[in-house]
Design a protein around this ligand. Structure first.
Ligand code: PXP
Length: 236
């Protein structure tokens, strides 16, 4: 699945209407993406409320609403009838999501306040968690349908040995989640260099969420043509 947040980051940097994350979603799905992910943050730093509703009009695959479990986000997610709510911890200062949910700390609140309205609106629930057994088991107990395994520790590993260790943890976590009947998603920090060992090692993967690396690569895949086009016009 393609996360289109950073198309909106670029748009917002100039306060213009382009590049439009909705067009990015259309192109991504035409190119084979299984769905579209976006994170509506409390501070609206990239995706904005009207993007969410415009995206809903065009997305044909999985519509994955990544969100902090706040009352405000739950309301919008139910209103737009997302296919999936991927619940993440969120802090204002972070540059990107920094870790998975602490399921032990969240369990009571999730059971009472967060999960019932989402389920009532037919939204599947995905817990973004670190690859550890306790968080997986608690996710299953709470009735989540999906876990998204946090791949950031693997992506940021400083040595081959560390990367191998993180892959082993991710594979064991995927096995456990699958055995409990959970769908296994994964994401964060995946790119063209680290995706293959990940796919070769981690079983039962359903959907993989990738954003930053795709938008960064797309820029350089297109820049040459774009500059040539403008150069041709200017030089006549
Ligand atoms: N999954 C979650 C829960 C995320 O918060 C992010 C980052 O927005 C991603 C996946 C995608 O990560 P990246 O942009 O590094 O590919």
């Amino acid at each position: 699945m393609v996360n289109i947040d950073h198309v909106a980051t670029l748009r917002n940097a100039r306060g213009e209407k382009v590049p439009d994350p909705v067009l990015a979603a259309r192109i991504s799905e035409e190119a084979g993406a299984a769905g579209i992910v976006f994170h509506l943050r409390e501070d609206r730093r990239h995706i904005r409320d009207d993007d969410v509703f415009r995206l809903k009009e065009v997305v044909r695959g999985l519509f994955d609403f990544e969100m902090a479990p706040t009352d405000e986000m739950i309301k919008i997610c139910c209103e737009v009838k997302a296919d999936l709510a991927t619940l993440v911890p969120e802090s204002r200062q972070e540059l990107t999501t920094e870790g998975g949910l602490d399921m032990e700390k969240s369990a009571d609140d999730f059971a009472k306040r967060v999960i019932p309205p989402l389920k009532d609106h037919g939204v599947l629930i995905s817990m973004f968690i670190d690859p550890n057994m306790k968080d997986i088991e608690l996710s299953a107990e709470l009735g989540a349908e999906v876990v998204e395994l946090h791949t950031g520790y693997y992506a940021n590993a400083q040595s081959e040995a560390q990367a191998q260790k993180e892959l082993t943890a991710l594979a064991a976590a995927a096995d456990r989640a699958h055995s409990l009947g959970l769908r296994v998603n994964a994401g964060h920090g995946l790119n063209f260099e680290n995706i293959q060992p990940f796919l070769d090692t981690v079983p039962h993967l359903r959907d993989i969420s990738i954003g930053h690396a795709l938008i960064a690569d797309a820029l350089f895949s297109g820049l040459e043509n774009t500059v040539r086009r403008m150069s041709d016009i200017i030089t006549g």
